[in-house]
Design a protein around this ligand. Structure first.
Ligand SMILES: Cc1cc2nc3c(=O)[nH]c(=O)nc-3n(C[C@H](O)[C@H](O)[C@H](O)COP(=O)(O)O)c2cc1C
Length: 193
């Protein structure tokens, strides 16, 4: 038995130990088709060069559009958009028009040509061009590594020094299943040494 006393074995949902984590919307467009999906398994990879990684189900339609177009964006939302993000993460655009179904609008940044969501308005966007897609690190997901091409955040909610103003910004975090949460009190860490 590898589970110490006082703990429960959560091997089947081990990744939820690493939640809550932000739930984003990934947008892609190729061959005249536009689509988006929810994604929480997203993280910054490096500052130099600026790179981001996203773990995307090989079966998702959005992943296919990213493979075909080589670009995508990561759109950040507050907890107010939980229904939109949950629905974007539970239906596939493979055989439905998710945009009209959810009343969303996607537009391309004229400067980069990369699609991002216009409605519902994200509070932050990272636009990315694919650097490499690894298809052999897992059976079910592509590890998509992207170069950050543009990044912008709501001027009222973000500043370069502190990042999100967490007193006024309730970032959407996914706990598990239909459960979402957000940031609460702001704790400022003291240096121990
Ligand atoms: C909150 C939330 C987070 C999700 N995170 C991811 C993720 O990080 N990677 C992934 O491949 N799928 C993730 N999903 C599932 C996809 O969003 C889902 O499979 C979606 O229907 C794919 O849509 P598409 O086929 O239209 O691209 C998540 C779903 C939800 C609700």
């Amino acid at each position: 038995m590898s589970t110490p006393q006082g703990y429960v074995d959560v091997r089947d949902s081990w990744y939820y130990i690493l939640h809550p984590r932000p739930a984003y919307i990934i947008v892609a467009e190729a061959n005249g088709k536009t689509n988006f999906m929810a994604a929480s398994w997203v993280m910054p990879l490096s500052e130099e060069p600026p790179r981001i990684v996203v773990a995307l189900d090989k079966e998702s339609y959005t992943a296919k559009l990213i493979v075909d177009s080589g670009v995508f964006s990561v759109n950040v939302y507050t907890v107010n958009e939980r229904d939109f993000v949950y629905s974007a993460g539970t239906i596939s655009g493979k055989d439905t028009d998710k945009l009209s179904l959810l009343g969303a609008k996607v537009s391309k940044n004229p400067a980069t040509g990369i699609p991002r969501i216009e409605r519902p308005r994200p509070i932050g966007v990272i636009e990315s061009r694919v650097y490499k897609i690894y298809g052999d690190v897992a059976e079910d997901v592509y590890l998509v590594v992207g170069d950050v091409v543009a990044a912008y955040a709501d001027e009222k909610l973000f500043n370069e020094r502190f990042g999100w103003d967490l007193r006024n910004t309730k970032i959407l975090l996914h706990a598990a299943g239909r459960g979402f949460t957000t940031n609460s009190y702001v704790y400022v860490a003291r240096k121990l040494i």
